[in-house]
Design a protein around this ligand. Structure first.
Ligand SMILES: Nc1ncnc2c1ncn2[C@@H]1O[C@H](COP(=O)(O)OP(=O)(O)O)[C@@H](O)[C@H]1O
Ligand SMILES: [Mg+2]
Length: 299
C-alpha cells in the first residue's frame, strides 16, 4: 500500500530547508515502509501531519493502536524521545519505541481533538498550564540543549540584527528584550522544558483527558515556556489586557516569579525576532511587538 506524503508537508520542508527538505519529504514513503516492517506495524487510517512531522496511525502486532512519527533529525527535534522518556507518560504522550538516527518514533495513539478545538480559550489555557506545571517539575536529563547557551548565542546576534532593522521602534524593542535576557542569562534554570506547548500540541486522550505531544526539549527556566500559548489563538486576543490575563493565568498556575517569567518571555520574543531577521525580515512581527509591549508592566 502506497504512503502518500501530503503536499502541504513537502511544501513546508521546501520552505524551511530548500532542496534538502524536498529530498527528505521524497524519502518519507521508503522510511515509513522500513519502520512498518522493522517494528511490525500495519497502517490504520489517514495520514496526519504538522509543519514538520508525518504521523501515520498504525496497529502493533499485539493489536494496540499507536502512531508512527517521522521527522528530520535537527537541533530542536533530536531530543524529543529523551524528554518523552523522562516524562514517562505523566502529562505527555507515551513513547513506545524510537530510532534516534532517523528521528523516527512510535507513540501512543491519541485523539484527533486538540486544545485548539476547545471554544473557550481561557479554559484551554488552564488545561495547558496544568500540564506544563507537571512537565516542568522534572529536572532536565543530561545532554539537552541549555537555555543558558541559547541566551548567550542570542545576545551575540543582537548587534548584527539591529543593523538590519529599518524602524527605530523595532530596534528599541529588540534592545529591550536583549537587556532583559542579559539580566537573566547567568541564572538560566535547569528544568525539563517542552518549548513548544501551544494548543495544537495538546491532544485529547483516554488515559488522561489531555496529553502533551511534540516537545522540542531543552534545559531551562519555566518562564521560557509561556510564549507559545500567548501568541497562538491570537485572533482571540483583543488587546494588552488579554495578553496579561493569559500571562497571569500561566504564571499563577505554574507558581512562577512574575518578573522573571516576563524577562524570559522577552527572551522568547527575542528568539522569534532574531529568527525572522535571519530569514531576511527588516521589520519585527506585530504580534511579537504587541506581546512585548503588553508585558512591559510585568518587568
Ligand atoms: N500520538 C499521537 N496521536 C494522534 N495524533 C498525533 C499524535 N502525535 C501527533 N499527532 C498528529 O500529528 C500532528 C503532527 O504531529 P506533531 O508531533 O505535532 O508534529 P509537528 O512538529 O509537525 O507539529 C499533530 O498535530 C496531530 O494531529
Ligand atoms: Mg505539533
Amino acid at each position: 500500500m502506497g504512503i502518500k506524503v501530503p503536499e502541504a508537508l513537502t511544501a513546508s520542508h521546501i520552505h524551511y530547508d530548500g532542496e534538502a527538505g524536498r529530498a527528505w519529504a521524497a524519502g518519507l514513503p521508503a522510511l515509513a515502509e522500513r519502520f512498518l516492517d522493522e517494528w511490525d506495524l500495519r497502517l490504520d487510517g489517514g495520514t496526519r501531519h504538522g509543519a514538520v512531522a508525518l504521523v501515520l496511525p498504525v496497529v502493533r502486532a499485539d493489536g494496540t493502536e499507536a502512531v508512527l512519527k517521522l521527522q528530520p533529525v535537527g537541533e530542536e527535534t533530536a531530543d524529543e524521545s529523551v524528554a518523552l522518556r523522562a516524562w514517562a507518560g505523566e502529562g505527555s504522550v507515551l513513547l513506545r519505541d524510537a530510532d534516534p538516527e532517523t528521528g523516527t518514533m512510535l507513540l501512543e495513539r491519541l485523539d484527533d481533538r486538540s486544545l485548539a478545538d476547545v471554544p473557550d480559550v481561557m479554559r484551554a489555557l488552564d488545561v495547558l498550564t496544568g500540564l506544563l506545571r507537571r512537565l516542568v517539575t522534572h529536572p532536565a536529563p543530561e545532554g539537552l540543549r541549555q537555555l543558558g547557551d541559547i541566551a548567550r548565542d542570542m545576545l551575540g546576534e543582537v548587534d548584527d540584527a539591529l543593523g538590519r532593522l529599518a524602524r527605530e521602534e523595532d530596534r528599541y524593542w529588540l534592545r529591550w528584550c536583549a537587556s532583559a535576557v542579559a539580566e537573566l542569562v547567568s541564572e538560566p534554570g535547569d528544568r525539563l522544558l517542552h518549548w513548544d506547548l501551544h494548543y495544537e500540541n495538546v491532544l485529547a486522550a483516554d488515559r488522561e483527558p489531555w496529553l502533551a505531544i511534540d516537545p522540542k526539549p531543552l534545559a531551562g527556566d519555566p518562564g521560557f515556556e509561556l510564549m507559545p500559548a500567548l501568541w497562538n489563538r491570537w485572533e482571540e486576543v483583543s488587546g494588552a489586557g488579554d495578553v496579561l490575563r493569559r500571562f497571569d493565568l500561566m504564571v499563577d498556575g505554574l507558581g512562577l516569579d512574575r518578573q522573571r517569567a516576563a524577562g524570559w518571555t522577552f527572551g522568547r520574543v527575542l528568539q522569534n525576532c532574531l529568527w525572522d531577521v535571519r530569514a531576511g525580515d527588516d521589520e519585527l512581527s506585530e504580534i511579537q511587538l504587541a506581546i512585548a509591549s503588553a508585558l512591559r508592566v510585568r518587568w
